[in-house]
Design a binder for this molecule. Structure first.
Ligand code: PLP
Length: 638
């Protein structure tokens, strides 16, 4: 486990068990061994052809663990409860989950259900997100906030106002000054008293990758001048009592509590000023940014780590706001945060499989013999060859490598101008490989082909170089024998993972077992997991190469013999499903190909546009049927 730093990024949810497999402690505690869930057992169970209604799911597979999600929410809540109580803070914390982090219906429903006892709400940033948040919050606490962020047109604002008529606790947060006129006009037309917030553009700037939206020049929010105009306009409209919330967002992955405290204090001053100006302030919404330690280093110097715990984060927020409000004699506001990453990252694990590995080619010498090779060379190349041989006799290996590379270069030029045959070119390649191997400079890193699309499942790695912990989920009691990079199944050179947490450019891996380097379904499977990817990755992923998303299962802890129960299983999309995404019509495609087959394969001439005569079996629409073959699988022929 130390090789993969599992204890660093995985605690308290993931560990290596006695069988050498990754196990999950869904409630984040060191439970009794039989209460831990062995990830490999989940994979085996759901991919067994006899399971899931006799179909079995194919990898890649997302395993969702609602118990982990519940624990994250409860941990965040108790961190704030502890901070408010221990510091004598006179108001409570009630967070919202920004649905953009993962809009999956079951994830959002779980957040609402698990968070209902402590008034947990939702944040939406677009009309469809608002619609789903409205519908999900109908089952939540009546006091739960529904925070409406993002660019807003008249339709978005109307919807948000109507949701107040449905007795949802909706707040329209102004991101642009122009939105205010729409809110005033439409609320009057709809006879709804709005609750309004403002997103403040703070001076505090977070300098990491995720901080580009912060600072005076940030993309979102209102500056002090604009905030003052909002106050004036609301006053003139007799609506200053509607202004109740102050929001800001410094950026994701806030690296330190010092930066957090700086931003929160600045916002608390603005909050107190708004109170002084007569706004009916109730809530301070500190946005997202609670970070995740993806590499377990607890370092403030990296975009993928943070130097604080949940408790320290909550304590810094409470302390900063209390200090400012006490000095200004302002009643402590209700605290709201929009933590996304910190809530959903841990609960979802992407499991995929290494289907083959490149074996370093054994240096091959030409069967035609060296004489044949040397004869074809130019004089310069022959001199290189002679120098190479002489250096080898003297044991000067670095010199050997120099002449080998020079010789190779000359041979490639000769090949390009047509004076060297392919056999001779192969011979010089073999010679160079042999030299590299002898002096130990050949590349020992293997390429493992994994049945996955980086673009679909780990888009942040491709887009912004974000690293996630990737670990074999079994065989961790065996020392890995090789190092490798992971290459996905898309036909795109960017579809590879060659950077790993800890700054390594390869991952320790075990040799594949079984026939052909690891049978897909046999005992020789080699399964890896990408952890902490529950936020953003699913929503951002695309259909590059028309790879659909993975299969998804929901797994809860249970007292049964396996300590877990699969409560929901969804196969990945079929070929037909992903073709439809790009406007293809699989039914028509099928008809076209059927006619073609009748014309060319059956020895019958139906003429152009010949009809099937109605005798074909319609059940045979392999690409149309919502079959259970995830189209990422290399064996898929649907
Ligand atoms: N709120 C707003 C306005 C955001 O832009 C974001 C994401 O960047 C979040 C909340 C969620 O941030 P995080 O996932 O870092 O908690």
């Amino acid at each position: 486990s130390s090789l993969y730093k599992v204890d660093g990024w995985g605690a308290p949810y993931f560990a290596v068990n006695q069988s050498g497999n990754i196990s999950v402690r869904p409630h984040g505690r060191a439970t009794l061994p039989h209460q831990e869930i062995d990830l490999l057992k989940i994979v085996k169970k759901v991919s067994d052809p006899k399971s899931i209604g006799g179909l079995g799911l194919q990898l890649p597979l997302v395993v969702r663990l609602p118990d982990v999600l519940k624990n994250r929410l409860e941990s965040l809540q108790s961190a704030f409860e502890f901070a408010t109580q221990s510091q004598g803070y006179d108001a409570h914390y009630q967070g919202v989950y920004p649905v953009k982090c993962n809009q999956d219906r079951f994830v959002v429903e779980d957040v609402v259900r698990f968070g209902s006892p402590f008034r947990f709400g939702l944040e939406a940033g677009s009309k469809p997100e608002l619609l789903l948040a409205m519908s999900c919050l109908c089952k939540g606490s009546p006091e739960a906030l529904l925070v409406c962020n993002g660019f807003k047109d008249a339709e978005y604002i109307s919807l948000a106002l109507l949701s107040r008529k449905l007795a949802l606790n909706t707040v329209i947060v102004l991101e642009q000054e122009e939105e205010l006129d729409l809110v005033i006009d439409i609320s009057k037309k709809l006879c709804v008293r709005p609750v309004i917030g403002v997103r403040a553009k703070l001076r505090t700037k977070h300098s990491g990758h995720f901080g580009s939206t912060s600072g005076e020049k940030g993309k979102f929010g209102l500056n002090t001048f604009q905030i003052l105009r909002v106050v004036k306009k609301l006053e003139e409209a007799g609506m200053l009592d509607c202004f109740q919330l102050l929001h800001f967002h410094i950026g994701s992955q806030i690296p330190t509590t010092a930066l957090l405290a700086d931003g929160v204090s600045e916002a608390a001053q603005i909050y107190c000023e708004l109170v002084r100006l007569g706004a009916n302030m109730q809530v301070i919404d500190i946005g997202g940014g609670l970070g995740i330690d993806y590499d377990g280093s607890k370092s403030a110097d990296s975009d993928i780590s943070v130097a604080y715990s949940l408790e320290e984060y909550a304590s810094a927020v409470v302390q900063s706001i209390r200090y400012v409000c006490d000095r200004r004699n302002v009643k402590h506001p209700v605290l709201c945060s929009e933590s996304g990453r910190a809530i959903v990252s841990h609960h979802s694990i992407l499991i995929f499989e290494a289907v083959s590995a490149s074996v370093p080619a054994a240096p091959a010498m030409s069967p035609l013999g060296l004489q044949y090779f040397v004869e074809a060379l130019t004089e310069d190349a022959r001199a290189d060859y002679a120098n190479l041989t002489a250096a080898a006799m003297r044991g000067e290996f670095e010199t050997c490598l120099f002449y080998a590379e020079q010789l190779k270069q000359r041979c490639v030029e000769q090949f390009k101008d047509g004076s060297l045959g392919i056999e001779q070119l192969a011979a010089v390649d073999g010679l160079c490989d042999l030299v590299a191997k002898e002096i130990g400079s050949s590349d020992p890193v293997r390429t493992y082909h994994v049945n996955l699309s980086v673009f679909t499942s780990i888009p942040d790695f491709w887009g912004i170089g974000q690293l996630f912990p990737i670990v074999p989920i079994h065989r961790l009691d065996e020392r890995p024998g090789v190092r490798g990079v992971l290459s996905d199944l898309t036909c795109d050179s960017d579809g590879k993972i060659d950077k790993f947490i800890g700054g390594d450019s390869s991952l320790p891996l075990h040799e594949l077992e079984g026939k052909g380097g690891g049978g897909v379904c046999g005992g020789g499977r080699y399964c890896l997991g990408m952890f902490l990817g529950g936020a953003y990755e699913e929503a951002l992923g695309g259909v590059h190469n028309l790879f659909g998303g993975p299969s998804v299962v929901r797994v809860s802890q249970s007292d049964g013999p396996h300590s877990f129960a699969v409560t929901r299983a969804t196969p990945g999309p079929s070929c037909g499903d992903v073709l439809r995404v790009m406007q293809h019509e699989p039914e028509l495609m099928f008809e076209t190909l059927k006619h073609r087959a009748e014309e060319h394969c059956c020895g019958q001439d139906h003429g152009s546009g010949g009809s099937s005569g109605g005798e074909t079996d319609d059940d045979d629409h392999g690409m149309v049927a919502t079959n259970n073959h995830n189209n990422n699988n290399i064996n898929n022929n649907s």
